[in-house]
Design a protein around this ligand. Structure first.
Ligand SMILES: C[C@H](OP(=O)(O)OC[C@@H](O)[C@@H](O)[C@@H](O)Cn1c2nc(=O)[nH]c(=O)c-2cc2ccc(O)cc21)C(=O)N[C@@H](CCC(=O)N[C@@H](CCC(=O)O)C(=O)O)C(=O)O
Length: 144
C-alpha cells in the first residue's frame, strides 16, 4: 500500500535539483553521483506527517536494498533517519520501479556485511565514516 499524503522535497539546492530531475524523467537513472547509481527514498515526516523524498546512493544485493544515513560524514544523522525510525514503512524508487518496504536498522555482523556492500556501491562512504565519530546507520529494506 503506497504512502499517501502531500510531499515536500529537500530544501538543499543540489539535492532538490536531482530530486526534480528524477520527477521530470520518471527514473532515478537520470541522475548519478560520480557515476554511481541513485535511488529515491520516500519517508513520512516524523513531525509534519508530510511525505519527504530524498535521493540516496543505490545499495542493492540479491534483490534487497540498504539505505545509509551518511549525510557526507556530518556529526549528526540526517533528518530522514528519524522519520524512518518513527515510521519504518518507506517507499524506494529504483529506476522507474517504486516499491514499499519496512526499514530495519541493522547492527553487528549483519551491519558489517551491508556496510561492505555499501562501500562497494559507493566508496566515499568509507571516507565519510572516517570523518566522524558518529556511527553511520544502515537500514535494510524488507519488501512489504
Ligand atoms: C535537509 C534535510 O534533509 P535530511 O532528511 O536531513 O537529508 C539530508 C540528506 O541525507 C539528503 O539531502 C540526501 O538526499 C543527500 N544524499 C544522501 N544522503 C545520505 O544520507 N546518504 C546517501 O547515500 C545520500 C546519497 C545522495 C545521492 C544524491 C543526492 O542528490 C543526495 C544524496 C531536510 O529535508 N530537511 C527538511 C525537513 C525534512 C523532514 O523530514 N522534516 C520532518 C521533521 C524532522 C524533524 O525535525 O524531526 C517532518 O516533515 O516531519 C527541512 O529542513 O525542511
Amino acid at each position: 500500500m503506497p504512502l499517501e499524503g502531500e510531499y515536500e522535497i529537500s530544501p538543499t539546492g543540489w539535492v532538490r535539483e536531482q530530486t526534480e530531475k528524477i520527477f521530470e524523467t520518471g527514473t532515478t537513472e537520470s541522475v548519478d553521483i560520480k557515476g554511481r547509481r541513485v535511488v529515491l527514498l520516500t519517508t513520512r515526516g516524523a513531525k509534519t506527517g508530510k511525505l519527504r523524498k530524498v535521493p540516496l546512493m543505490r545499495v542493492e544485493h540479491g534483490g534487497h536494498y540498504a539505505i545509509v544515513a551518511s549525510l557526507g560524514g556530518a556529526p549528526k544523522h540526517p533528518v530522514w533517519y528519524y522519520n524512518v525510525k518513527a515510521e519504518p514503512h518507506v517507499e524506494l524508487q529504483d529506476g522507474t520501479e517504486t516499491g514499499d518496504f519496512k526499514a530495519r536498522e541493522v547492527t553487528g555482523e549483519e551491519k558489517a556485511i551491508w556496510w561492505e556492500r555499501a562501500v562497494e556501491a559507493y566508496p566515499d562512504y568509507a571516507d565519510y565514516q572516517k570523518k566522524t565519530t558518529r556511527e553511520i546507520p544502515v537500514f535494510v529494506l524488507e519488501p512489504l
